[in-house]
Design a protein around this ligand. Structure first.
Ligand code: APR
Length: 251
C-alpha cells in the first residue's frame, strides 16, 4: 500500500477506534472482489442489461419469465461466489464491538455468509422470495427454475428485492434511522452513492457531527463530505485498516 494511502489508512483507524457508535453502509463494490458484478462500473450489470426491463414491477408484470430468468442467472452466479476479506473484516469488527450496525444495499447475502449477523438489507435479498398476492415468504437454497408459484395460494412468487420505483420496507427503514441517529461515525464501502435513500445515510451521520470514512476505488458524490477517503479495493483496504487498528491498540 503506497505511503500516502497508509496515512489515510491510519486516519481511518483512528476514527474507528475513537467512535462510540459506528455504522457501515456497503454497496456492490464490497462484493466486486468476490466476482459479483457491480451495477455501474465498466463491466456493471446496468451496462449489459436495461434495469427498466428487469428490475421494475412493470417489467415483472410484463414478462415474469424474463425477470426470473435474469434473477435465477444472478442466483447461480452468486452461489459460486465467496465472501472476501472486506466482508469478513466487517463481521469481526461487529464481534469486537467496533461496528454497531451493518446496512447494505447488496442483495447477494455475502455479509451473512461472512458471519455478519442482523444485517440490515435495505434492498432485500436475492435468495428470498415472496408471494405477489399473500404474505408467503421463503428462502431459496438453490437458484429458482422457471416462474415459481406460491404453494399457499398459487399466485406468482417474486424475488424479495426492492425494484426501481418501489419503496423500501418501512420496518427496515425505521431500523436504519434508529441506528443512524445513534451513529457518530459511518464507514461507506463500495457504493456509487447515487441511489436514494441509501445515498443519504452517510450525510445524515455527518449532519449530526459524525465522521464519514469512504472506501472506494474512485471518487463519488459522497467524497466531498468524507472526513477520510481511502482510495483502494475494499478487500485490501479493510484488512489494512484492521492492522492499523491493532497497531493503535498495541496489539
Ligand atoms: N472496492 C471498493 N469499491 C469498489 C470496488 C472495490 N473492489 N469495485 C468497485 N467499487 C465501487 C465503484 O467505484 C462504485 O462506486 O463500488 C461502487 C459500485 O457502484 P454501483 O455499481 O452503482 O453499486 P451500488 O452503489 O451498490 O448501487 C446502489 O443501485 O441498481 C441499484 O439496487 C441496486 O443496490 C444497488 C444500488
Amino acid at each position: 500500500m503506497p505511503v500516502t494511502d497508509m496515512e489515510t489508512i491510519v486516519r481511518a483507524a483512528e476514527v474507528i477506534v475513537s467512535a462510540r457508535h459506528m455504522v457501515a453502509l456497503t454497496g456492490a463494490g464490497i462484493s466486486q472482489e468476490s466476482d459479483v458484478p457491480t451495477f455501474r462500473g465498466n463491466d456493471g450489470l446496468w451496462r449489459q442489461y436495461d434495469p427498466m426491463e428487469l428490475a421494475t414491477p412493470e417489467a415483472f408484470k410484463r414478462d415474469p419469465g424474463l425477470v426470473w430468468e435474469w434473477y435465477s442467472w444472478r442466483q447461480g452466479l452468486i452461489a459460486n461466489c465467496r465472501p472476501n476479506p472486506a466482508h469478513t473484516t466487517l463481521a469481526r469488527w461487529a464481534r469486537d464491538g467496533l461496528l454497531k450496525a451493518l446496512i447494505t444495499q447488496n442483495v447477494d447475502g455475502l455479509h451473512e455468509r461472512a458471519g455478519s449477523e442482523d444485517v440490515i438489507e435495505v434492498h432485500g435479498n436475492l435468495w428470498r422470495v415472496r408471494c405477489t398476492e399473500c404474505d408467503y415468504r421463503a428462502h431459496l437454497s438453490a437458484p429458482a427454475s422457471g416462474v415459481p408459484e406460491c404453494p399457499e395460494c398459487g399466485a406468482l412468487l417474486r424475488p424479495d428485492v426492492v425494484w426501481f420505483g418501489e419503496a423500501l420496507d418501512a420496518a427496515v427503514l425505521a431500523r436504519v434511522w434508529q441506528e443512524l441517529h445513534l451513529a457518530d461515525a459511518c464507514i461507506v464501502i463500495g457504493t456509487s452513492a447515487v441511489v436514494y435513500p441509501a445515498a443519504q445515510f452517510p450525510a445524515t451521520v455527518k449532519s449530526q457531527g459524525g465522521a464519514v470514512i469512504e472506501v472506494n476505488v474512485e471518487e463519488t458524490p459522497l467524497t466531498p463530505i468524507a472526513d477520510v477517503h481511502v482510495r483502494g479495493r475494499a478487500g485490501e483496504v479493510l484488512p489494512a485498516i484492521d492492522r492499523a487498528i491493532a497497531a493503535l491498540r498495541g496489539q
